[in-house]
Design a protein around this ligand. Structure first.
Ligand code: HEC
Length: 444
């Protein structure tokens, strides 16, 4: 068998076949196709020259980096080092391969392999893409042919039309005594309208790690947020990384590198003008010690009432008690879809269209799964490796129609080692949450 393969798709397939055999004793066992294909894979594995010839920076790795990494790993962005050129990337070849294999990078937590839904604008690498990074590193990070044209820059979604915006209101200097500072800013609502999309523009991308925007559910919750703000000497109040600590709807969740989020066509999130917004910022000071930031949240707006309201339904397990000392303690709960629609439409009996999903735990979370059963049996979200730092919403490629009578389930796995008392639900840093959000529209 000779390796004069020119099609990059075929080459990627070959790399996927080779990967388990080559990389290597000591790595976790991979269920790659090699074991099923002794003919192809075994022969190729002995022929050590093949992979070295197969993966180069210009031919194979650079297009992946442009698509999946350079949004953050570029000068002035959040990623701690740039990966835009061969010279920049070469010394990082081995750590890059390890990070993609461990799926810590790129940070996209929802399994998009197809066994539990597929998501739009996904950054979930395929096994073949991971194998390409590994083959490149294993071959000594060869440059390849510099005359291969540079990949097209990734076209990120952008907002258009009527824009309404709000910012955190202050050039904020994060607490420099620790690497991470979570701050909730209480700001006036930008108006009464339906947001059909949003984008986030930090004034300092080197330190702005993520933003989650909330609107309190009523005046009492708004007053509680203002009270927290007033008690705290510095601008805003400490969120502890666990949310706004008042009853609030989640309006927008943003992490760098992916561009604007456009809600499903014809849907939007209604904003009120009589209640403030709470902008929860996560700052990581490592990338810009002593630097300030003022982040702007921009909405693509249409008149209130002109789109189908996009509702966020909660699915949660809140009465768990995790015994200390377990590396992977699992808890599951079930709730009828009807229960979480109640706030919006009591006694609603109709069909429900699911557009997207998110999940939330704190730092002891290890993995999460959300599902639905009844009129359909489906996995809705599988996050095999939870990372508190990289929370976002995931939008289904195809909406899923379910029934108000269906049953939702949520399973969270926590690491309860190193605590003395049982792990319970709460807002505090030592407490946990097992919470999912479903973005839905109601089909009367
Ligand atoms: C959304 C922004 C973002 C994207 C996209 C991203 N990175 Fe990162 N990367 C970071 C940040 C921030 C860090 C610093 C550690 C952290 O915060 O997790 C990091 C750290 C790393 C590290 C250091 C080791 C580690 O795991 O922490 C490597 C290697 C790395 N990234 C490689 C990549 C590669 C390869 C890609 C694309 C396949 C990629 N990153 C995509 C933001 C990003």
């Amino acid at each position: 068998m000779r390796f004069t393969v020119s099609s990059s798709a075929l080459r990627a397939l070959l790399l996927a076949l080779l990967a388990p055999a080559l990389f290597l004793a000591g790595c976790e066992p991979s269920a790659g196709p090699a074991a099923d294909d002794p003919d192809g894979a075994a022969d190729m594995a002995v022929d050590g020259a093949a992979p070295a010839a197969a993966a180069t920076w210009h031919g194979d790795v650079r297009p992946l980096v442009a698509r999946y990494c350079a949004g953050c790993h570029a000068d002035g962005e959040l990623g701690p080092f740039p990966l835009e050129t061969f010279e920049q990337a070469r010394p990082w070849a081995a750590p890059m391969a390890m990070a993609v294999r461990a799926r810590t990078m790129p940070p996209f937590l929802a399994d998009d392999s197809g066994h539990c839904q597929t998501f739009r604008d996904s950054s979930w690498l395929t096994d073949a893409q991971i194998a390409t990074f590994e083959a490149w590193a294993a071959a000594g990070a060869p440059e390849g042919d510099p005359s291969i044209p540079a990949p097209e820059p990734r076209a990120l979604p952008t907002l258009s039309g009527r824009i309404e915006q709000v910012d955190t209101g202050v050039d904020y200097l994060p607490d420099q005594s620790r690497p991470d500072d979570y701050r909730c800013f209480v700001v006036d609502s930008p108006g009464a309208f339906a947001a059909v999309g949003f984008d986030v523009v930090p004034s300092n991308p080197r330190i702005a790690h993520h933003l989650i925007a909330y609107q309190p559910i009523d005046e009492a919750a708004a007053a509680a947020a203002r009270a927290l703000d007033a008690e705290d000497d510095t601008p805003g109040y400490a969120c502890l990384g666990t949310g706004p600590q008042v009853d609030a709807y989640n309006i927008a969740g943003w992490a760098p590198g992916a561009g604007a989020t456009l809600f499903p066509a014809g849907t939007g999130v209604e904003l009120r003008d009589d209640l403030p917004l709470i902008l929860e910022m996560h700052y990581n000071t490592v990338g810009g010690p002593g630097e300030t930031d003022r982040t702007t949240l921009r909405f693509q707006a249409v008149d209130s009432g002109t789109v189908t309201p996009l509702l966020e339904l909660g699915v949660l397990d809140y009465d768990f008690e995790g015994p200390p000392g377990e590396p992977a303690w699992s808890t599951t709960d079930y709730m009828p879809v009807q229960w979480s629609i109640w706030d919006y439409a009591p006694d609603y009996q109709g069909r429900v269209l699911l557009h997207g999903v998110n999940g939330h735990m704190h730092t002891r979370g290890r993995s999460m799964r959300i599902g639905v059963s009844g009129s359909v049996d489906a996995c809705l979200l599988d996050m095999p490796r939870w990372d508190w730092n990289w929370q976002q919403s995931y939008w289904f490629e195809e909406p899923i129609e379910i029934d108000a009578d269906d049953l939702l389930d949520i399973t969270c796995v926590f690491d309860t080692r190193g605590i003395d008392a049982p792990l319970v639900w709460g807002d505090g840093t030592g407490d946990e949450m097992c919470l999912g959000g479903l973005y839905v529209t109601l089909i009367e």
